[in-house]
Write a protein that binds this ligand. Structure first.
Ligand code: NOJ
Length: 754
């Protein structure tokens, strides 16, 4: 029996619990043999370049450092051949032969790129999301990667922030469910299996609340808001068993997350019992110098003492911790503890048994970009689309129609994958034009670009850092427009594929104006003026301000950035092979001035009773309080009618669950899926309650004409919140429950907690 297995059996027989809850004898033996330099070496995470560098530095002399036992893991490289070479350096050329682990950002699929996470969240389909994570893990491990820097679970309520694309949106309840599904998908039930990998919850904490939506910006928030609204998804990921967590760039209450002891030790380890390891973000330790916390030695010591275990790229740990130890600024125990957590993670993966277990030259061909994986990508994409409006039931289109397919994103491979898809190949993606031809071979489809994504060359340059995303045409905008109008005028219907380039969202891609770029606005207006029926297929990595377009007589299908199967999936929905079922997970504002905007707002002491302006009420002079599109919103080709909200009990005592049921009838002409949503309002409590909080959802398939009774369970914990002492409590009193098709639903029942 191999040594790890033997140890596990011994551990089991002698009543040891899982790794992390008790010390692992094998790791303790190893630690006893290690010099302080070797321990510090394990805390160093480097990237040799080749992937996407998300900071201004890339590691140097990687080979020498591995051989000198100065590296714990690598990220940003992949493929059995390359990783074997790196592992050989670690295993054959260092004294203790400690294997490396290999990390990567597999944010929405590995080579089979799925829709951006904000899109997949809109499916509200946890089985689907788990399956995508499982598939991503299968593909990535086939290429030698065993540690994923995902899921990103930052609650985001500010669509100016480009990274809203990478997460699940604004809601902590939905975000928690998604965090759990993704962790389970990546890690499976057995981390030693060859097709599972370590999941990393990121970015701890509150990164999504960056002030003014500017990336990396400061965050300052009350603790009750943190615990009730922003921290739940991180905790859910930890509770689901995530083996690692990544700190965020921002400061929290004046201390950058990577050096924030309250966050990393008091909350994460003591309150939540996290047993895995904490990795910094890319040079986030070094960045504490710019934050104003001291020099590299100061911030590295501060981070270690705060509870950070691994330093990504910055090498502050590598270059200063020994000195800090000699000067008594950190202890050997602190270094050993961090090292232990890294070694335990490698042990969990089974790397001490077989450092080459993920390195198998046969796997990439067998597991990556398979037909099955692409089918999943297509399915995920069509389920992520959200139908915003369907003027005159313009959708679905007939498969024999004469269609003018126009717009800068209509025949474009470079923007289908979305942000943070460095492992995907844009050239493998299916553009919309190709998808239309695949799905509707009998349709008469003509294509014209119609406009540039933007005419702003400066913006284009900023967006094109990873390759051409915005390609400014040599032809004038008048020529481009006329070409599209000519096609429109001779067609039955116009489909305009418009929106953001993929790198107009994502990291360091914040915008203060989140409208559709002017070049495309002009195209849309001109197309509508032709009098032809118009469908807008809208791509974006964030909620946009589209009030003007929304008020036009058009159909609008929001498709995010749909991934490798983009064109096929869009065609599936446009031609009615799939009835759209996505629902928004982030509110769409009317204008930027409404931001931050989200459904779980509080009432204020002076709520505005209607949408009309009233003096001395909480409202604006120039815009309504309501968003353009609320959280949970999304139409179907069918329609659903809700009735008969019922509670299993109208009064409960603490600790009891209650079942909320509702009747949903498909009253339209299409079979379809509906996401039934349950919201709670705590009428009176010791801290001001949100007007509504999502507390349950279920996606159900209902045939046309059919009626279904849908049950949702409200658990005892769903009535709880963190009070001003940060105790998680349910307070007796009345609750209102709302059930329906989006967060504006009025179908209501009352519940009393005795
Ligand atoms: C910086 C990003 O914030 C983080 O999400 C990512 O995992 C690292 N770079 C590594 O690429």
């Amino acid at each position: 029996m191999k040594k790890t297995n033997l140890l596990l059996v011994l551990a089991f027989c002698s009543g040891f619990l899982a790794i992390g809850q008790t010390k692992v004898p094998f790791i303790e033996d190893l630690l006893a043999k290690m010099t302080i330099e070797e321990k510090i070496g394990q805390l160093n995470l480097v990237t040799p370049g080749g992937g996407i560098a998300t900071g201004s530095v890339v590691s140097s002399n990687v080979e020498e450092k591995i051989k000198a036992a100065e590296v714990g893991g690598l990220f940003g490289i992949s493929g059995p051949e390359k990783l074997k070479i790196a592992q050989d350096f670690a295993v054959n050329e260092t004294r203790l032969k400690i294997p490396l682990f290999f990390g990567s950002d597999i944010i929405h699929g590995y080579k089979t790129t799925f829709p951006i996470p904000l899109g997949t969240a809109s499916s509200w389909d946890m089985d689907l999301i788990k399956k995508m994570a499982e598939t991503a893990a299968k593909e990535a491990t086939a290429d030698g990667i065993n540690w994923n820097f995902s899921p990103m679970v930052d609650v985001a309520r500010d669509p100016r922030w480009g990274r809203i694309a990478e997460g699940a949106g604004e809601d902590p309840f939905l975000g928690s469910a998604i965090a759990k599904a993704m962790v389970h998908g990546y890690q499976g039930t057995d981390l030693t299996a060859k097709n599972t990998m370590i999941a990393t919850i990121k970015h701890f904490a509150l990164y999504g609340a960056a002030e003014a939506g500017r990336d990396y910006n400061s965050v300052d928030m009350s603790r009750t808001k943190m615990f009730n609204q922003y921290l739940p998804p991180y905790k859910a990921g930890i509770d689901a068993g995530a083996a690692s967590i990544m700190t965020s760039f921002n400061d929290v209450d004046g201390i950058p997350a990577s050096g924030n002891k309250w966050l990393l030790t008091d909350v994460l380890r003591k309150k939540w019992g996290f047993k895995g390891f904490v990795v910094s973000d890319y040079t986030s330790v070094n960045e504490m110098i710019a934050h104003g916390l001291g020099d590299l030695q100061d911030v590295s010591a501060l981070s270690l003492k705060a509870g950070l275990d691994m330093d990504m790229v910055g090498e502050g740990f590598l270059t200063t911790l020994k000195k800090s130890l000699d000067e008594g600024r950190v202890t050997e125990e602190e270094i050993t503890n961090a090292c232990r957590r890294i070694l335990e993670a490698k042990y969990k993966l089974g790397l001490f048994d077989d450092p080459y277990k993920y390195i198998d030259a046969k796997r990439p061909k067998k597991d990556i970009l398979t037909k099955e994986n692409k089918t999943l990508a297509r399915d995920a994409a069509k389920r992520s689309f959200v139908l915003f409006k369907n003027h005159n039931n313009v959708l679905p289109l007939k498969k024999t129609a004469k269609i003018a397919l126009v717009g800068p994103l209509a025949n474009n491979k470079n923007n289908m994958l979305g942000t943070w898809a460095p492992t995907g190949d844009p050239q493998l993606s299916i553009p919309v034009l190709e998808g239309f031809k695949n799905v509707a071979p009998k349709a008469k489809i003509t294509y014209a670009k119609g406009a540039n994504i933007t005419d702003d060359a400066e913006l284009a340059k900023k967006v094109n850092v990873f390759g051409t995303r915005v390609d400014i045409d040599k032809r004038s905008s008048e020529v481009l427009l006329q070409e599209a109008l000519d096609l429109a005028n001779t067609s039955d219907v116009v489909v305009a594929v418009v929106g953001e380039a993929s790198e107009m969202s994502g990291e360091a891609a914040s915008r203060t104006d989140i409208s559709i770029p002017t070049s495309q606005k002009k195209l849309i207006q001109a197309l509508v003026k032709t009098g032809k029926p118009v469908v807008l297929v809208l791509m974006s990595g964030r909620p946009l301000t589209i009030e003007e377009e929304f008020n036009l007589p058009v159909g609008i299908l929001q498709v995010w950035h749909p991934g490798i199967e983009a064109g096929n999936a869009i065609a599936d929905v446009v031609f009615g092979d799939y009835n759209p079922s996505g629902k928004l997970t982030a509110t769409w504002p009317r204008n930027v001035g409404q931001i931050p905007i989200y459904h779980s707002i509080k009432n204020t002491g002076r709520p505005a009773p209607t949408e009309a302006f009233e003096k001395f009420k909480s409202n604006y002079l120039d815009v309504k309080n309501t968003p353009l599109l609320p959280f949970g919103y999304g139409l179907s080709y069918s329609s659903f009618e809700y009735s008969n909200i019922n509670l299993s009990k109208k009064e409960i005592i603490k600790g009891e669950d209650v079942t909320v049921s509702v009747t949903v009838k498909n009253t339209g002409n299409f079979d379809g899926e509906e996401v039934v949503q349950l919201y709670l309002r705590d009428v009176v409590r010791s801290i001001t309650p949100p007007m509504r909080q999502l507390k349950g959802f279920k996606k159900v398939f209902i045939k046309k004409g059919e009626t279904k009774k849908v049950d949702l369970v409200l658990t005892a914990d769903d009535l709880k919140f963190y009070n001003s002492n940060l105790d998680f409590v349910a307070e007796p009193g009345d609750f209102e429950l709302f059930i329906g098709t989006n967060s504006n639903t009025q179908l209501k029942a009352s519940l009393t907690l005795k």
